[in-house]
Design a protein around this ligand. Structure first.
Ligand code: SF4
Ligand code: SF4
Length: 291
């Protein structure tokens, strides 16, 4: 089962939910941090990293000796990532989406596949929890291919928790598409509600069931709850504002470590999600508790 944790807005507590849910479920679970522009789940999980993998994407390299400057490569490219100016072909690797179209249409076979480095993936463990995150190279804008690569490590026989980037743009879609359930973390403020509505719209377009977690639930107003009721969105957990939780977060500590009673609540949250995804199975997915 794949559960993506998302939020329309940054700073709502998405990583708190993702890390605490993963640690509460324990051994055999995977946590994938797909917030590749600012990965921070590792600061709380503190995994032992065993492997670092460099991730690149294919980009065109042009052999000027073979090129006849026919312009077919520039014509097919939808991203203006390769242009022909007089007797020169210029590929712009930072605009290239790696579709390979230009290589296919070149009649002279003058285009070969080069590689542009996007970032790295690190794989580690903490007490039987498998942790994988991607880190986008500084200055690189193309995060979805790296996110897809991080997601390729999801194992079908595992419970996989994905910490998605904030917002509703392409990187978020790459992190929630194909998930079994999306948990949207929000806060009861006008900004929280505004961005929640955008996030719900994106999740519904993808046809993935979703539910809400309201963080700092004792602050703000009731408009998020009213919206959830009106839209038939289940509120699966409320986390009140607590200074000790905020202080623990700022020290890089897990909520379940400073207030262990939350572990059972996160396990209960997972059971609710299982029931929503497949009511017939209930607690069908067994977990190996880490104790
Ligand atoms: S399609 Fe091939 S031959 Fe034509 S301009 Fe592009 S690289 Fe040159
Ligand atoms: S690989 Fe695709 S996106 Fe990149 S330059 Fe060629 S046609 Fe354009």
């Amino acid at each position: 089962m794949i559960i993506s944790i998302a939020s329309g807005k940054g700073g709502t507590g998405k990583t708190t939910v993702a890390t605490n849910l993963a640690v509460s479920l324990g051994k055999g679970v995977q946590l994938l941090d797909c917030d590749v522009e600012e990965p921070n789940a590792h600061l709380f999980i503190k995994p032992e990293f065993e492997k670092t993998i460099s991730v690149g994407m294919p980009v065109p390299e042009v052999d000027e000796q073979k090129c006849t400057h026919c312009g077919q490569c520039a014509e097919i490219c939808q991203f203006k990532a390769i242009v022909v100016i007089a007797e020169t072909v210029l590929p712009f690797h930072e605009l290239c989406h790696g579709c390979g179209g230009c290589m296919l249409v070149c009649p002279e076979k003058a285009i070969t596949e080069g590689t542009r480095e996007l970032g790295t993936i690190e794989i580690g463990h903490r007490n039987g929890l498998e942790f994988i995150h991607g880190t986008l190279k500084v200055g690189e804008a193309m995060s979805p291919p790296l996110i897809r690569k991080v997601r390729s490590y999801a194992k079908p026989d595992r419970v996989t928790i994905i910490d998605a980037p904030p917002g509703t743009s392409c990187p978020v879609i790459a992190s929630i598409k194909g998930a079994d359930f999306v948990l949207l973390v929000t806060e009861p403020t006008p900004f929280g509600l505004h961005d929640l509505k955008l996030a719900v719209g994106a999740v519904r377009l993808l046809g993935v069931p979703c539910g809400l977690i309201i963080n700092r639930s004792d602050m703000g107003d009731d408009h998020v709850r009213e919206y959830a009721t009106g839209e038939g969105l289940p509120i699966l957990m409320e986390i009140p504002f607590d200074r000790s939780i905020a202080e623990a977060y700022s020290r890089g500590q897990m909520l379940v470590d400073v207030q262990p009673e939350w572990k059972e609540r996160f396990i209960g949250l997972f059971t609710r999600i299982q029931e929503l995804v497949d009511p017939a199975k209930g607690d069908g997915i067994k977990l190996q508790k880490s104790g």
